[in-house]
Design a protein around this ligand. Sequence first.
Ligand SMILES: NC(=O)c1ccc[n+]([C@@H]2O[C@H](COP(=O)([O-])OP(=O)(O)OC[C@H]3O[C@@H](n4cnc5c(N)ncnc54)[C@H](OP(=O)(O)O)[C@@H]3O)[C@@H](O)[C@H]2O)c1
Length: 287
Amino acid sequence: MKELTLNNGVKIPIIGFGTYKATNAAEGYRIVSEAIEVGYRHLDTAMIYKNEEEVGRAVRESGIPREEFFITSKLDRDHLGCENTKREFEATLKRLQTDYLDLYLIHWPRPNFGNPSYGDWERLDRESWKAMEELYREGRIRAIGLSNFLSHHLERLLEYAEIVPQVNQLELHPGYLQKEAVEASLKHDIAIEAWSPIGRARLAENPILTEVAGKYGVSVARLCLAFDLQMGYIIIPKSTHRDRMEENLHADKLTIREEDLEIIRSMPEAGWSGEHPDRDRVDPQVG
Ligand SMILES: NC(=O)c1ccc[n+]([C@@H]2O[C@H](COP(=O)([O-])OP(=O)(O)OC[C@H]3O[C@@H](n4cnc5c(N)ncnc54)[C@H](OP(=O)(O)O)[C@@H]3O)[C@@H](O)[C@H]2O)c1
């Protein structure tokens, strides 16, 4: 599996397995185990997905050494702050039954809309980041980063950060390119991870993508993944189906020609999840 070297020298497989809604108590272990069998070694989970136990169990019972995995988890947005971060980190390790994380991210830069601390996000981010820097220095986390940080959240954090984040995980797929957040991150050598790289099912019928995918004889899903990889992003697609897990793991086998990349880069906005760090969630955009 191809890897990308983060700004602290740690290597991360460019294709990971997303586990949001991939798991529940009954199915989770089987799905993650299957992903491991298929060849995934980079697993993306989060406290809020409520599947860290299943991910940890699948890793342990695979018989493959822990060091061969790259495990990411995320600090929930309603648990920001110094003490919360330290407590939630320990709880995550306990659920995963591991003694370190490869990557720990602040899931969203501010609490949920409606949380009384919503307006206090700058102080909360600072406290969480300082706690994560401490855990990083203690060797409990190999890389620390952010998720859903737009340029204004990131610039604020960089004013006090002693460690520049290694990663910013953003919603990124054809039709939703978040150019400003991507550029603000890359300017500081922060690697980009794409969440919802397929756009869940929202892009499957998009006429522009269907036409371009047709030229290569591939699915829209495969086209989306290859596009994100060619943009230089790490991808973490999720699937509960073995054949799709395999297809997605080989997304780097497709090379999209420059003229088609340009068609995709310049297409109208499409497939947005409806999630935004500074707003309440809105209905997703299909098309
Ligand atoms: N940081 C954040 O705020 C954040 C937010 C959301 C997600 N994430 C992470 O990003 C990961 C991926 O995002 P996501 O799960 O929202 O969406 P996604 O990976 O873009 O799309 C998943 C959907 O696409 C389907 N699919 C997967 N492979 C396919 C293929 N080859 N052909 C056709 N359909 C396919 C899956 O269906 P089946 O399962 O039925 O195959 C599922 O419905 C998550 O699992 C999570 O780890 C992070």
